[in-house]
Design a binder for this molecule. Structure first.
Ligand code: TNX
Length: 533
């Protein structure tokens, strides 16, 4: 099979002459596909030096785009049929998203050099062997997560990652915007969140367990304009950006900015990794703070979902709190964990008022997740299985398979990493619908998501190394049908795909392991901390 990643449902070689895109290329599209047509036209101009002109829908053109593809009932949106034959290419989708995915496949039928973004000299020959592809996604939630709290990542990298996610037909970009070590989203009502909370004195150096620090301040945050640009750029690529404001645990950066949110006493933005005992208190003013933050952040991100974290929230401080005791008495709670459920319920209600659905890490199940909330299962699959049984929609994100902060191998050649091991083959083999989920609740599995936590990742190059090629393998687990896939067949298709990543300037990990020196650069202490504004 031609190297299209993720693997399409079917790809059949047709007979006849190759379709050649000459130095002037025409693209026809109805008005509702203009954005997709322009996006692809720009790629041909920038990557292959073509002159592209656009025609109205229905007119004969080198590449014609249309919607109206009939699809089976209940199938996930994003289906397309691509036919390159008789001197022209046709892409028909079930929606504009389907057409976009068809164009992503078409892009992969062109030579890898056409992936280069610089306006190079015209590529001599763009010839496509006659082919027909039928394809549609398996899951509706095909997510990629990035933690920009532990290390601030420049906007340019977010845009590059969105492009790469879209190339692999992923459609959710989860931005983990707040945590103990940095608050990265501005909130006008609480300016100190970024004035104070976006900066830390220094960072852990080496592995957390070594207890060393680098002595270098680190920080940064995005402006509303930066975030609007990322959201708009993503929308043009059929990716929705999911913001995460992690509460009520993982909130030391917020408490450093506004100590009244905590249990009293000054704290500083954390310089070490791990789980802090310091969490939000449950005073009404603090709950109102969270509502205010949600209001402002939700205004920056138009999607249906809003991630409120909820992971790893120790209850020790609540045990000594007057207000927590009152809430427990009022609600007849016997266990401190129920307080988190209470908190989550307040927030879910507020989000519902904004027309949003709450997403939370699987800990939100412990206090009884609010009806209609979506559970992201990270501590293995058990949370997701329990959530589906309880009627919640689920996104599978189990660390054993989908944590890309874990190293590819346990070999000494890998860069410093947190712990664990997630080899490419393991990612490839991930099956989002566990056989432990009864047939009747399987529809609750919306899909899956790969995570990159950045405690040990301070540069875009290092992030790219950890994502790629694992993200390529992940894309097949969420896009391609489970049957007919094999790791051997994938790795046969992968080298051609890696050439595309090379042309896109992606610092991927070669299949045989890091190149000499590739990992070493990230161990240089000068590479840690201190980027951002
Ligand atoms: C657990 S996953 C966390 C993160 C860490 C990650 C490191 C989750 C919801 N919480 O805060 O960064 O492990 O792998």
């Amino acid at each position: 099979m031609a190297s299209v990643v993720p693997r399409p449902i079917s790809l059949s070689a047709l007979g006849g002459e190759p379709v050649v895109l000459s130095e002037a290329v025409t693209i026809s599209s109805p008005p509702e596909l203009e954005r997709e047509a322009r996006w692809f036209g720009r790629l041909l101009e920038e990557g292959a030096g073509r002159r592209v002109s656009f025609r109205p829908g229905g007119e004969r053109a080198d590449i014609s785009l249309s919607t109206g593809l009939p699809v089976p009932a209940l199938s996930v949106e994003g289906a397309y049929r691509l036919r390159a034959a008789d001197g022209a290419v046709e892409v028909v989708g079930d929606s504009s998203g389907g057409v976009f995915y068809g164009l992503q496949s078409l892009r992969q039928l062109l030579p890898p050099a056409s992936f280069r973004r610089a306006r190079l000299a015209q590529l001599p020959l763009l010839a496509i062997d006659p082919v027909e592809i039928e394809d549609r996604p398996r899951f509706s939630w095909r997510g990629v997560h990035l933690d920009v709290s532990r290390h601030f990542m420049p906007k340019a990298f977010l845009l590059k990652l969105v492009d790469l996610a879209a190339l692999h037909k992923l459609n959710v970009f989860h931005l983990h915007l707040t945590d103990d070590q940095g608050w990265r989203v501005p909130v006008t009502k609480y300016p100190r969140l970024t004035e104070v909370g976006a900066w830390r004195r220094e960072s852990s150096a080496g592995h957390l367990l070594e207890g060393r620090f680098d002595g270098t301040p680190h920080g940064g945050f995005y402006s509303p304009e930066d975030l609007a640009e990322v959201v708009c750029y993503a929308a043009e690529r059929h990716v929705s950006v999911l913001p995460e404001v992690d509460v009520p645990g993982h909130t030391v950066a917020a408490i450093a900015a506004y100590p009244e949110l905590g249990a009293g006493g000054e704290v500083e933005v954390l310089t070490r990794w791990g789980i802090s005992e310091h969490v939000l208190n449950l005073d009404e003013a603090t709950v109102q703070f969270c509502r205010d933050v949600v209001d402002e952040v939700a205004a920056l991100f138009p999607g249906e979902y809003f991630h409120l974290g909820g992971d790893e929230c120790p209850t020790a401080e609540w045990a000594g709190s007057q207000r927590a005791a009152e809430i427990m008495a009022e609600n007849g709670f016997s266990d401190l964990r129920q307080l988190q459920g209470w908190f989550t319920a307040q927030m879910a209600e507020h989000l519902a008022g904004l027309g949003r659905r709450l997403v939370g890490w699987d800990e939100i199940l412990e206090g009884g997740a609010p009806p209609g909330s979506v559970v992201m299962s990270w501590r293995g699959e058990d949370g997701g299985i329990a959530a589906a049984a309880a009627g919640h929609d689920v996104v599978m994100a189990p660390q054993e398979w989908l944590y890309f902060d874990w190293p590819y191998s346990t070999g000494p050649e890998e860069p410093l990493a947190i712990w664990g091991c997630t080899p490419l083959e393991k990612v490839y083999g991930y099956e989002p619908v566990s056989p432990r989920i009864p047939e009747a609740s399987r529809h609750h599995v919306l899909g899956a998501q790969c995570q990159l936590w950045t405690e040990y990742v301070s540069s875009a190059e290092h992030a790219e190394y950890l994502y790629f090629p694992r993200l390529c393998a992940f894309a097949e687990a969420v896009w391609s049908p489970a049957s007919g896939r094999s790791f051997g067949e994938f790795t046969a298709r992968l080298p051609a795909h890696l050439e595309r990543l090379e042309a896109l300037g992606v610092n991927y990990r070669p299949l045989a392991g890091p190149t000499p020196g590739q990992a070493r650069i990230w161990l240089d202490p000068r590479q840690t901390g201190g980027q951002g504004r």
